[in-house]
Design a protein around this ligand. Structure first.
Ligand code: NAD
Ligand code: DAU
Length: 332
């Protein structure tokens, strides 16, 4: 039986991937997760014990990582400090986890000769103009804007160097903005949904004209599984589902879907260095590996996500006051 070591598997996209693996394969999964504020064991607690086990620990712990990598057939590396606003407040954990943590995993994969897939973001490419028809491709130059995206860019470059210099059997993927169940309520969509559920007006940074390219987390998972099983070693694949929307439209849609007036939100302080637009050209992944997204109806996906947060208040409620206090202190 194949055993996958999934780092960050108690976080948003990692836990969606673990659910996807249990449903669509017979692989065994070992999750390595530090359970930071963003990790929640409840996100994988409903999965069978004989398929999924959780090890609580740090990806920068070399002895632990070496031991777990030695027992795995492949590593899928999701663990990261993932939120731009936190990185503007305190960059240090981003360097420790995203750079030193990735380095620690790569060294173990090198020693143990284990297949490695690195999860990254479209933010490594910087941003695009609103009126530019261009989209990011695998050959777009790196130009990250924030402490978060610069550490993700650095982690990508480490992976590429470990492939070239040490022959590590690695692939990389850079995905656009995910939405769906189990996303931490600090992020844009679940923050606004849980604001409405709490009677707080949604908060839009600046003008709200910034564009993100939304993909359902389960489509991200199916793409990663495809790359893991059929991707060419050393290659980067961009993952996206043609989901460009500006933030203003998304907030207004959330309000309408939740039965509120679509103008019942506040404009708040903009994010420093706020990237204007992300857009992914995923034709390499589609042409080479035959991948296609399944969730093409954003309104339906968003409605199901809203329903998940309604049904799972116990999953998010304990953190709501802390998150809103963090934003209030930043004028957001
Ligand atoms: P998340 O913040 O929801 O989850 C991160 C997980 O990593 C948490 O469970 C956390 O406990 C764990 N973690 C953090 N530091 C750790 C450490 N030192 N050791 C072990 N575990 C640690 O993040 P997410 O949104 O699920 O993102 C997952 C990955 O996907 C990240 O690499 C991110 O850069 C990438 N990504 C995210 C998006 C998005 O839209 N959220 C899009 C593209 C790529
Ligand atoms: O593009 C992929 C990236 O998407 C991932 O690499 C990151 O891990 C993930 O967090 C996400 O980054 P963003 O910064 O785009 O996501 P966030 O949810 O923080 O914000 C989405 C947009 O919404 C962004 O333009 C900022 C804006 N925003 C955010 C919040 C939290 C608001 O207008 N109001 C808010 O309250």
């Amino acid at each position: 039986m194949t055993t996958l070591l999934v780092t960050g598997g108690a976080g948003f996209i990692g836990s969606n991937f673990v659910h996807h693996i249990v449903e669509h394969t017979d692989y065994h999964v070992v999750v390595l997760d530090k359970l930071t504020y963003a990790g929640n064991p409840a996100s994988i607690a409903d999965l069978p014990d004989d398929r999924v086990s959780l090890v609580v620990g740090d990806i920068a712990d070399a002895a632990l990582v070496d031991d777990l990598v030695a027992q795995a057939d492949a590593v899928v590396h999701y663990a990261a400090e993932s939120h731009n606003d936190n990185s503007l407040n305190d960059p240090r954990p981003f360097l420790e986890t995203n750079l030193i943590g990735t380095f620690t995993l790569l060294e173990a994969a090198r020693r143990r000769d284990v297949r490695f897939h690195h999860i990254s973001t479209d933010e490594v490419y910087g941003d695009l103009e609103l009126d530019d028809p261009a989209r990011f491709t695998e050959s777009t130059p790196y130009n990250p804007s924030s402490p978060y995206s610069s550490t993700k860019a650095g982690s990508d470059l480490l992976v590429r160097a470990w492939v070239r210099s040490f022959g590590v059997q690695a692939t990389l993927s850079n995905c656009s903005n995910n939405y769906g169940a189990y996303q931490h309520i600090e992020k844009f969509i679940p923050r606004q949904i849980t604001n409405v559920l709490r009677g707080i007006r949604p908060k839009l940074y600046g003008s709200g004209h910034n564009v993100r390219d939304w993909i359902h987390a389960d489509d991200h998972s199916s793409a990663v599984l495809r790359i893991l099983e059929a991707g060419r070693i050393g290659e980067t694949y961009l993952i996206g589902a043609d989901g460009e929307r500006n933030n203003k439209d998304v907030v207004e849609l959330i309000l309408r879907l939740m039965g509120e007036s679509s103008d019942a939100y506040d404009h708040v302080a903009d994010r420093p260095g706020h990237d204007l637009r992300y857009a992914i050209d995923s034709s390499k992944l589609r042409a080479e590996l035959g991948w296609e997204p399944r969730y093409r109806d954003f309104d339906a996906g968003l409605m199901a996500t809203i329903q998940w947060y309604r049904d799972n208040e116990s999953w998010w409620a304990a953190d709501k006051d802390r998150v809103e206090a963090f934003y209030a202190a930043r004028g957001q």
